[in-house]
Design a protein around this ligand. Structure first.
Ligand code: UD1
Ligand code: UDP
Length: 377
């Protein structure tokens, strides 16, 4: 079987690596197509190096742009490669513009699509990611929801065939790398941080960063934190902070270290040793719960409701009082801290990559991989 993997951003590289490894273990060399949606060294190449990925077969250099520019350019370039390479199946992971472009380009060439991390829903159609998820799921032939809850979302939309609950490959990624990170990364020493003595922060969602009022609310939260904090800032956020004249204000916060985005080993080590995590990232909400670190999510909804249901994650939006209320409670109420930190991981056993590769190979061998007209969007 010849599978093509289309990816382009930091989380896709991290979460597809376990699938790539599982294919290689079975003697199958997947075709790797990088759209170049993320292109800075610290948003892409650092992960290819640290995770020791095989050579990328096609670099498409799509880069940044408006939603349509980025998705459209990616589609055009992906289509060309798929026509040349004629893979048996195209895998995409998650909900980025790269995912939508890969899924649409592929299904229209009658090359079946397999969606890793299918079925997630925030039920908020103002998010570009929600549109991408829904469309990618409906263009897919094989779907790999990470949890039962995600499977039920698909079922509600009439998608019931070739749906396999696998767990999330993020557990595989964390399991494969967290110990390595403890040995290899010197990030705590480098930044003068003590284990459990700081809050780790990330924020990059369009709804939090693209409008000045919301970004200012984030800055106000950062200014009020009662503990040391570190914020590896996403390039999107840095650009907006500069544009809205907020960057200096953030850099002047005494308790806060602002850095460039970090590599996976440094970041995993920072996560694992954090007192708490505040984030609007999807992957980081998952990793926090896997690593037993309380998570406060800087959003009003989440497509990872399992994290909230098991008690490891609280949605605080950009409400300063709410966010600080939880931080203070975590600092002063040991039982509350213990409960949040020990919430069980709802994302599986770290063998999702193995399952995905195995299921696809079996479908291929049984000649059951093929685009069915009923699921066309
Ligand atoms: C994208 C995904 C988001 C995901 C995130 C992971 C979409 C719609 N969004 O958001 O779901 O959570 O990736 O990090 O696909 N930029 C750089 N260097 C880079 C990449 C981006 O400077 O290497 C800057 C550019 O100014 C760009 C902006 O960041 O315009 C936004 O990048 P983009 O890829 O459009 O979206 P992300 O915010 O990264
Ligand atoms: N990450 C990283 N370095 C950083 C920030 C995040 O390695 O400075 C990793 C993090 O461990 C997680 C993934 O990037 O695996 C999350 O990516 P991001 O927050 O950009 O995207 P999302 O998950 O929200 O789509």
């Amino acid at each position: 079987m010849k599978p093509a993997l289309v990816f382009g951003t930091r989380p896709e590289i991290i979460k597809l690596t376990p699938v790539i490894r599982a294919f290689l273990k079975r003697g199958v060399e997947p075709l790797l197509i990088h759209t170049g949606q993320h292109y800075d060294y610290e948003m892409s190449a650092v992960f290819l190096e640290e995770l020791k990925l095989p050579e990328i077969n096609h670099h498409l250099e799509v880069g940044s742009g408006s939603q349509a520019e980025q998705t459209g350019t990616a589609m055009i370039k992906i289509e060309k490669i798929l026509m040349e390479e004629k893979p048996d199946v195209t895998l995409v992971q998650g909900d980025t513009n790269t995912v939508l472009a890969g899924a649409l380009a592929s299904v229209k060439l009658r090359i079946p699509v397999a969606h890793v991390e299918a079925g997630l829903r925030s039920f908020d159609r103002t998010m570009p990611e929600e549109i991408n998820r829904i469309l990618a799921d409906h263009a897919s032939e094989v779907l790999f929801p990470p949890t039962e809850e995600a499977r039920r979302n698909l079922e509600r939309e009439g998608i019931t065939e070739k749906v396999y609950v696998t767990g999330n490959t993020v557990v595989d990624a964390v399991t494969q790398n967290a110990e390595v990170a403890e040995g290899k990364s010197d990030v705590l020493k480098r930044l003068g941080l003590e284990s459990k003595g700081y809050i780790l922060i990330t924020a990059h969602r369009a709804e939090n960063t693209d409008n000045k009022e919301n970004l200012e609310k984030l800055v106000e939260i950062l200014e009020s934190l009662p503990m040391r904090a570190i914020y590896p800032m996403h390039p999107r956020t840095r650009k907006r902070m500069e544009e809205f004249g907020l960057l200096e204000r953030v850099e002047e916060i005494e308790n806060l270290i602002v850095t460039k985005p970090l590599g996976y080993l440094d970041f995993l080590r920072l996560e694992r040793n954090a007192f708490a995590i505040m984030t609007d990232s999807g992957g980081i909400q998952e990793e926090a719960i896997i690593l037993d670190v309380p998570c406060l999510t800087l959003r009003y909804n989440t497509e990872r409701p399992e994290t909230v249901e098991v008690g490891g994650n609280m949605l605080v939006g950009l409400e300063k009082e709410r966010a600080l209320g939880y931080i203070n409670r975590l600092m002063n109420d040991a039982e509350f801290y213990r409960k949040m930190a020990s919430a069980p991981n709802p994302f599986g056993d770290g063998r999702a990559g193995e399952r995905i590769a195995k299921i696809l190979l079996e479908l291929y061998e049984r000649e059951e991989l093929g685009v069915r007209s009923s699921r066309f969007i």
